[in-house]
Design a protein around this ligand. Structure first.
Ligand SMILES: [Zn+2]
Ligand SMILES: [Zn+2]
Length: 143
């Protein structure tokens, strides 16, 4: 089991965890606009193995699926740190960009590839879905 830690750029938000259930790259518009580049990379972590300290502010925006995505960021430096999704309760989506050692992240899929921009390819070695895959396909990839 890989221990990991991370936080925002200014250090006010810190977190640590001990388990990851894979994750992936998302090219959806919300992930792009909140990222600084063409996608966000999320490490999926069970919330009971995740602890965060410091103030995190959340911006709620419904996803295409109508699930509510709450994107957490540091109110001081603006770094995105982690988010939650009402469609996957009990899970935290850690922004791989905020990891102290981003090498611990093991992405397993690419989603919303239909909105990927030409200059921001994450490669085609991973299973790639035009939109969000159905739950069965997602479980297969993440298992
Ligand atoms: Zn900060
Ligand atoms: Zn997204």
């Amino acid at each position: 089991m890989t221990e990991f830690s991370g936080g925002c750029l200014c250090g006010a938000v810190r977190y640590e965890g001990s388990e990851q259930k894979g994750g992936g790259h998302c090219h959806c518009i919300g992930c792009r606009k909140s990222s600084g580049t063409g996608h966000s990379s999320h490490m999926v972590v069970p919330e009971d193995s995740f602890r965060a300290t410091g103030e995190v502010r959340f911006f709620d925006r419904p996803a295409d699926s109508d699930n509510m995505v709450s994107r957490g960021f540091c109110p001081t430096c603006g770094s995105p740190v982690y988010s939650t999704n009402s469609g996957m309760p009990g899970m935290v989506f850690v922004r791989a960009s905020s990891l102290d050692d981003p090498g611990v992240f093991q992405p397993q899929m690419v989603v919303y590839a239909k909105w990927a921009v030409d200059w921001d390819s994450v490669g085609t070695a991973l299973p790639t879905f035009e939109e969000m895959p159905p739950p069965e396909a997602m479980e297969e990839v993440l298992s």
